[in-house]
Design a protein around this ligand. Structure first.
Ligand code: ZN
Ligand code: ZN
Ligand code: FE
Length: 757
């Protein structure tokens, strides 16, 4: 006989881990006990050597679906000759380091019960178990226990309580466990606040079928739902939500229905069906059966599968798909409180399908796309938060406040980084409130007080101002593109130096100018700017991002001097405005210089006639990627030369070649494809020079431009062929949503060395 103490860290609490261990021990006839403790789960196991080995192997191989084992250590103890196996009470210091699980989609066992007329939870919209259901969004404190969730107000009925205490039950210690007798209830409310009679679900389905807009309370907030096949309803939603063109996500019952309007590869199906249930960007079918207004002028559509029992019931038989868009007014954070929903959405929703289980923490849907065979998160939120990101080693606790757009914050504890849910663009009062709430909640959840606050260098970013106003804690500014680089290195566990190819819209440079097409050489501590795009003026500053024709004019003026060719992208621009912009460029007024890559994409999109005005940042660039003919791989000419030890990419030959290609009748998809190939070739050549000069063979790709799967793939291929090791993002967004991680890592390293300001 041998006895071992096995310590397991990771997501092992609140996911049915102890009953799993209990049942496994019974099956293999292992004696001992299991209990939750401050770091995760501890097991003492006593059996013959081969049985112990089988037990340890099964712990890994058969663990519950939501469990994540980060570390498993075992040490020998003297055998005691004990028999039987027990689940011991948690120790008082429980969970200080244990991780709160993320929300998970309803599991197949619960779904089977949901649609089984003989089951006591038949059609109960809040069915869940230890393998599924709400977690992060209902946790109000730690340890993760029912009184510290928004289920505290629902005492369990005897039947539920029996399951809760039965280690053989799938609902053993399932904190949100409930049934129709004791649990939350649905309720349908009219826009004027009246409770509507009848069965809330059936009535809501009726309203949706008639084209109404129904606000539906979900896990992390409210959605606005309409029938996605009804063009009038979708158009009305756009009108009321004041949203012109930004695509709406849809929810569809299953993969079969998805395939009626979108194409999904095997990898995409796996991503759709994962417990995280992100919105997945899929290519539309040629014959798109949903209303065109869902994703106008877009080759892709964002699709998610149902993740709550209520979603399954809503989509059971009446709709091919429902638009399910975050309930908010343009650009404000998702609405999640019931009162807030009633007041904010009174003019938008015709009715509210709601319930009495409060949402404690708001969380939007996550957004992902496939990049090769890996998922790439564009928005990291519900389903992924608050999963930890492993850091190479312990560091002082750092709070990183992120950038201003697509904001998410990050708090570190020991050797783990915890990123908050997506908080959106911090440009209004509501978003600022969401930001401060998230900071507080993250600190409470992790029971961690930061030693350092890290922020962007941009003095006007709201999070920067917030960080500097705290006063009591040391702060550290981290350059925007260095943070992108560090974020990519950290996600990939890379501790050495690398070439950072950091392409985005704009970020505040170390020299106070605007950067955005950057080649850095550095690591998670320090960096040097080794290369960049040639500076061009951004006419009108922020306006340039919304009006790609301005960028086209600016790049053309650089490429041709005063003799700007007359292109179709300028038709429709009022002559007066055009001339004003031109004069401003000539005089250098209100036209800050920037080395932006994103703005080059905008300019090229305009030149190729994709669009000359955008309703959101990055729209033109996205459409340029969609337009591109992937078989057009021959690059256009471009300039690349060393200026004072720094490589400068000159896009003027490229711009002239593009204009010529229009003249020779090259079709725009081909030109768009060749533009992507040009950038990839330029990256390859730049990296070759940097490798020769600095001996760096690893390249990290980050920044919002690398949401572009075509560009990422082309760059990766060319670099790998040249023998580089290429690091890309996957579960941390390449855009500013991932920047807080980089800030936290850089500040952690520097704080460790005692460098503070
Ligand atoms: Zn379940
Ligand atoms: Zn019950
Ligand atoms: Fe950025």
């Amino acid at each position: 006989m041998r006895r071992q103490r096995i310590s397991i860290e990771g997501i092992v609490q609140g996911v049915g881990f102890r009953p799993f261990v209990f049942q496994l021990a019974a099956r293999l006839q292992v004696a001992g006990w299991v209990r939750n403790d401050s770091r995760g789960v501890t097991i003492e196991a006593e059996a013959e050597t081969p049985v112990l080995a089988a037990f340890a192997a099964a712990l890994q191989a058969e663990k519950p679906p939501l469990a994540v084992i980060v570390r498993l250590d075992s040490r020998e103890l003297p055998a005691t000759g004990a028999c039987g196996f027990a689940i011991l009470e948690s120790r008082a210091d429980q969970t200080a380091r244990a991780q709160i699980p993320a929300d998970a989609a309803v599991c197949s066992d619960c779904l089977a019960e949901l649609f089984d007329p003989a089951d006591r939870r038949y059609r109960y919209p809040f069915i869940n178990c230890t393998n599924c259901g709400p977690r992060f969004t209902i946790v109000t404190g730690i340890p993760y226990d029912r009184p510290q969730t928004t289920m505290a107000g629902f005492p369990m009925c005897p039947a539920c309580l029996t399951e809760y205490h039965d280690p053989a039950s799938r609902r053993f210690h399932a904190q949100p466990n409930a049934c129709a007798v004791c649990g939350p209830r649905l309720n349908l409310v009219a826009a004027d606040g009246r409770n509507l009679p009848g069965d809330p679900l059936a009535e809501a389905v009726c309203l949706l079928r008639a084209g109404a807009i129904v606000a539906v309370k979900g896990l992390g907030g409210y959605h606005l739902a309409v029938d996605a096949a009804n063009p009038d309803a979708v158009r009305e939603l756009r009108r009321r939500k004041r949203r012109d063109e930004k695509p709406f996500a849809v929810m569809t019952a299953d993969v079969d229905s998805t395939e009626q309007f979108a194409l999904a590869s095997q990898d995409e199906v796996r991503l759709l069906q994962g417990v995280e249930r992100p919105i997945v960007l899929l290519e539309k079918q040629a014959d798109f059966l949903l209303a065109e207004e869902v994703a106008p002028r877009n080759r892709t559509v964002g699709v998610m599968l149902p993740y709550t029992p209520l979603h399954h019931l809503l989509l059971e038989k009446d709709f091919l798909a429902l638009v399910m868009t975050s309930a908010n007014l343009s650009d404000e954070p998702i609405v999640y409180l019931d009162d807030e929903a009633r007041s904010c959405l009174a003019d938008v929703a015709d009715a509210f399908l709601t319930h009495d289980r409060p949402i404690h923490t708001r969380a939007d849907d996550s957004v992902a796309r496939m990049l090769g065979d890996r998922a790439l998160l564009l928005r990291r939120s519900r389903g992924y938060v608050p999963r930890a990101i492993a850091l190479p080693g312990d560091q002082p606790p750092v709070l990183a406040v992120g950038a201003e757009l697509k904001n998410a914050v990050c708090l570190t504890r020991g050797d783990r980084a915890f990123m908050s849910q997506h908080l959106g663009d911090l440009q209004n009062v509501e978003a600022h409130a969401a930001f401060t709430t998230a900071l507080r909640q993250l600190g409470e959840l992790l029971e961690t007080t930061p030693a350092v606050v890290a922020h962007d260098l941009h003095p006007d970013y709201l999070p920067t101002r917030y960080a500097l106003e705290q006063g009591t804690l040391p702060t550290l500014g981290v350059q925007h593109h260095h943070a992108h680089l560090a974020s990519c290195l950290a996600e990939n566990g890379w501790t050495g130096s690398a070439i950072g190819v950091i392409f985005d819209g704009l970020g505040y440079g170390a020299d106070g100018t605007l950067w955005g097409g950057e080649f850095l050489a550095g690591d998670c501590r320090v960096f040097e700017r080794a290369g960049h795009f040639r500076y061009v003026p951004l006419p009108g500053g922020d306006l340039a991002a919304r009006q790609p024709w301005r960028m086209a004019l600016s790049f053309l003026r650089e490429a041709y001097g005063g003799d700007v060719p007359v292109l179709s992208c300028f038709t429709g621009v009022p002559a007066e405005e055009f001339n004003l912009v031109r004069q401003a460029l000539d005089k250098g007024l209100n036209a800050p210089l920037a080395s932006s890559c994103g703005r080059l994409f905008d300019a090229v999109a305009a030149i190729l006639g994709v669009r000359n005005a955008a309703s959101f940042e990055g729209q033109a660039a996205m459409e340029l990627e969609m337009l591109a003919d992937r078989s057009a791989t021959s690059p256009y000419p471009f300039g690349l030369k060393m200026e004072e030890g720094v490589l400068v990419f000159d896009p003027r030959p490229l711009v002239r070649a593009l204009v010529e290609s229009i003249g020779t009748g090259e079709d725009p998809p081909r030109s768009a494809g060749r533009f992507h190939a040009t950038l990839a070739e330029m990256v390859r050549q730049t990296c070759l020079v940097l490798r020769a000069r600095r001996g760096l063979n690893t390249v990290a790709l980050s920044g919002g431009v690398f949401q572009n799967a075509l560009l990422t793939t082309l760059v990766r291929e060319r670099l790998e062929r040249a023998g580089f090791k290429v690091l890309t993002h996957s579960l941390v967004p390449p855009n500013d949503g991932g920047i807080a991680l980089g800030q936290a890592v850089v500040a952690g390293r520097l704080a460790d060395e005692g460098i503070r300001n």
